[in-house]
Write a protein of this length. Structure first.
Lengths: 155, 168, 413
């Protein structure tokens, strides 16, 4: 069973099945490949505008009686000591680096996952499987290395 | 519609990119970078490169930005350590180089090519730029580069540990 | 639904292909749906805030909010009004601009998830062919918001909380992404609606009972989602006994409430995503919808509406069930330590999730060759799940009987 990338039924703004290229010339009708992405833009703008509006509303409604104590940073009632932007442990840096590596790996795995069915349909199933297995094995070596070096210990 | 969106995104990219360079405060630079990536993702969508658009947000705005911020907090430069804004000869040369490069690219890019419509046609026919279209190229015909990528990632993991842990 | 809008325009006597206002109508309706969705998110988050306090009260043998309205239900409205009329404080030491916009980042990133999140058979704002990927990606905005709020507050507690939170969210994004990979593998599409269409209405057709690895993946996803939403037992970023309140320490009034709106709204998002990916989503029994045949669309007139409503009800019920479990966990499990949190992610969930992906891929290829194995495995797992649930239920009944516990609807309620 082969699945196509374009969706079928459902969705308020499914990608139209019919080509709208004719209307594209004047830029009148919506360009079909943008259709699923326009709601994102609309929602993004609307959410931002609503947040700002509500906050503005709240500032108007709320009282404004500013005192120095209120405006100070919270430090359990005593004056702030030291630098609030203290230097942070290198552990966080390591976590972020590891995350990027594994994030990129998952980026490579996702299209493979979406395609495995199709590849299997073309008789390439096991080929694709071992292709990905060797890819993951290399990364597994990396994880084992990190583990053995103690970089995963949070001490 | 498409042209309007393109100009909005393009101006956003340029403005946010300029902010990254011009801001003295590194955190502002990082936040501007995120904004820049988002506008760039919008442009990728306009080019019907859906997968790249999503990856732009996921890998750059998500992962790389967090790494940058962690590094900024690790170094923790003070306002006074950042120093004043100076106009030096090097910056002048840099600006000139950027202008020349931008001019060159603009000159090349403005040569009329009917890109947009071809893209739309491609999209209609092959699902161009989608996850499966990219995957088909990657896993069928580019197997060796794909496997080599894993070695690259392995090197990245090892070097991350070497840098962060110091002692081996 | 573009078809619906097109027919609407035709009803007004215009051809949607050529009419000048078509685009505007589309955008207007997108705006309308987006507005509805944002309000839905805010209202559910509000109601969850009430529900959580009631559940907490019940689990700790106390009452919880019970003054405003029946069962204290209007408490969340009262809270909203209170937060709206509070003073908007910005500390003098704080970075004024970033401090003000950080909550908006959180809200916008959170609202964006709803674009690809389905509600029923037809009710989804946009059916994207990169849906799952998109949902994982926009979570990034929340991390940006958290880091901005923590850094700009210029307070130690905020910064500690933000950095911890960012490290936690990015770490758990890996196992969560890998676990969500498994339904993608099985269905062969990244579209959320497509994944639901590839499953069926009955439990043995759900992906959770497809094979042992997808069963494990469901729990990996659930644990990771808890961590990404900063829910107990992973609420270290806002550990009130050590960090005051984490990244939102310095916030007050409406800006503060955005953070909590996101936290409670996230419960819906994570549960809805679990339902979509592993539990058959909105599929209605006896009316399976697949890519090939859409039984709901084939119904006529009022029955379609009824089936549509049924699909909304089923999806909502499954989602709310998991929301309840999330609350239940919060009042049952103690908070774990940072090192335990990191160990759990990198030493257990990450390797197991990668192994699960490989197992499922291999299993797919095996059942492609021997289809009978598929059904045997599904039935065995479903039976196992059912037996576990029944035993759990009996045990709970036994406990209730032994302790003489009873839920009093009259006095405390």
């Amino acid at each position: 069973m082969r699945r196509v990338d374009t969706p079928g039924t459902g969705g308020y703004f499914p990608r139209p099945q019919t080509a709208r290229l004719k209307a594209n010339d004047e830029g009148i009708a919506m360009d079909s490949y943008l259709t699923p992405y326009l709601p994102i833009l609309v929602l993004l703008l609307l959410a931002g505008v609503m947040c700002v509006a509500i906050t503005f509303f709240a500032t108007v409604l709320g009282p404004r009686r500013i005192t120095n104590i209120k405006e100070a940073a919270f430090e359990c009632g005593s004056p702030t000591t030291g630098d609030p932007h203290a230097r942070h442990s290198v552990k966080f840096f390591l976590v972020a680096l590891l995350f990027i590596v594994f994030d990129v790996e998952s980026v490579f795995i996702y299209p493979w996952g979406a395609l495995l069915r199709d590849l299997n349909g073309d008789g390439l199933g096991w080929f694709a499987y071992f292709e990905m297995m060797s890819f993951m094995a290399t990364l597994a070596i990396g994880l084992v290395y990190v583990w053995r070096k103690g970089a995963l210990e949070w001490t | 519609m498409e042209a309007v969106l393109f100009y909005i995104f393009a101006i956003g990219v340029v403005v946010a990119g300029a902010q990254v360079v011009l801001r003295r405060n590194p955190i502002y630079g990082a936040v501007s970078l995120v904004a820049c990536f988002f506008f760039l993702a919008g442009i990728y969508v306009l080019l019907s490169a859906h997968l790249i658009a999503i990856l732009q947000v996921m890998v750059y705005a998500g992962a790389v930005m967090v790494l940058f911020v962690f590094v900024i907090m690790l170094l923790n430069l003070k306002e006074e350590e950042l120093g004043e804004m100076h106009v030096t000869t090097m910056k002048g040369i840099g600006l000139a180089a950027v202008l020349v490069l931008v001019g060159f690219i603009a000159w090349k890019a403005l040569t009329p090519v009917q890109f947009a419509r071809d893209m739309a046609v491609n999209e209609q026919i092959h699902g161009f730029g989608g996850v499966k279209a990219v995957g088909n190229v990657l896993y069928r015909s580019s197997v060796l580069p794909f496997e080599v990528t894993s070695l690259l990632l392995l090197v990245a993991v090892v070097s991350a540990v070497v840098i962060a842990k110091g002692k081996i | 639904m573009q078809a619906f809008l097109d027919s609407l325009i035709r009803g007004w006597g215009h051809d949607p292909q050529t009419w000048v206002w078509t685009q505007l109508i589309y955008v207007a309706f997108m705006g309308l749906f987006s507005f509805a969705v944002i309000n839905f998110a805010a209202v559910t988050a509000g109601i969850f805030s009430w529900a959580e306090r009631r559940v907490a009260g019940r689990m700790q043998s106390r009452v919880g909010p019970n003054r405003a309205g029946p069962g204290g239900f209007y408490q969340w409205i009262a809270d909203a009004v209170k937060l709206l009329t509070k003073e908007d404080l910005v500390p003098t030491e704080a970075d004024q601009f970033l401090f003000r916009i950080a909550p908006y980042f959180m809200m916008v990133g959170f609202a964006c998830v709803f674009v690809a999140l389905p509600f029923s058979h037809r009710l989804v704002i946009a059916e994207m062919n990169v849906g799952v990927f998109y949902i994982i990606a926009v979570t990034a905005l929340i991390v940006v918001g958290i880091i901005m709020s923590g850094w700009s507050s210029n307070s130690k507690w905020s910064l500690f909380g933000a950095i911890r939170s960012a490290a936690q969210i990015i770490s758990y994004e890996i196992p969560a992404g890998m676990a969500l990979m498994i339904p993608v593998l099985l269905s062969g599409t990244l579209s959320t609606q497509g994944i639901i269409r590839a499953q069926g209405p009955w439990p043995w057709e759900w992906y959770i009972f497809h094979d042992p690895a997808s069963f494990a993946a469901f729990f990996i996803y659930f644990i990771s989602a808890l961590a990404e939403g900063n829910r107990t037992p992973f609420d270290l970023p806002e550990a009130e006994s050590e960090l005051v309140s984490g990244y939102n320490t310095e916030y007050s009034g409406m800006r503060f409430s955005y953070f909590f709106l996101v936290e409670w709204g996230n419960m819906w998002v994570m549960s809805a995503l679990a339902t979509t990916m592993f539990l058959g989503g909105w599929q209605v029994p006896f009316l399976p919808v697949t890519d090939a045949a859409d039984k709901i669309a084939m119904l006529s007139g009022g029955w379609t509406v009824l089936a549509e409503l049924a699909s909304i009800a089923i999806f909502t019920f499954k989602t709310l069930f998991f929301v309840f479990i999330v609350m239940w966990l919060r009042w049952t499990l103690p908070r774990i330590r940072v090192d335990q949190m990191m160990n759990m992610c990198w030493k257990y969930l990450v390797p197991v999730s990668f192994a699960a992906v490989l197992f499922v891929a291999g299993w797919m290829l095996v059942i492609h060759a021997v289809p009978a194995l598929d059904w045997i495995m599904r039935i065995v797992l479903t039976a196992g799940g059912a037996i576990t649930l029944v035993m759990f239920w009996l045990r709970t009944l036994q406990n209730i009987k032994d302790t003489g516990d009873k839920f009093d609807f009259t006095s405390n309620w």
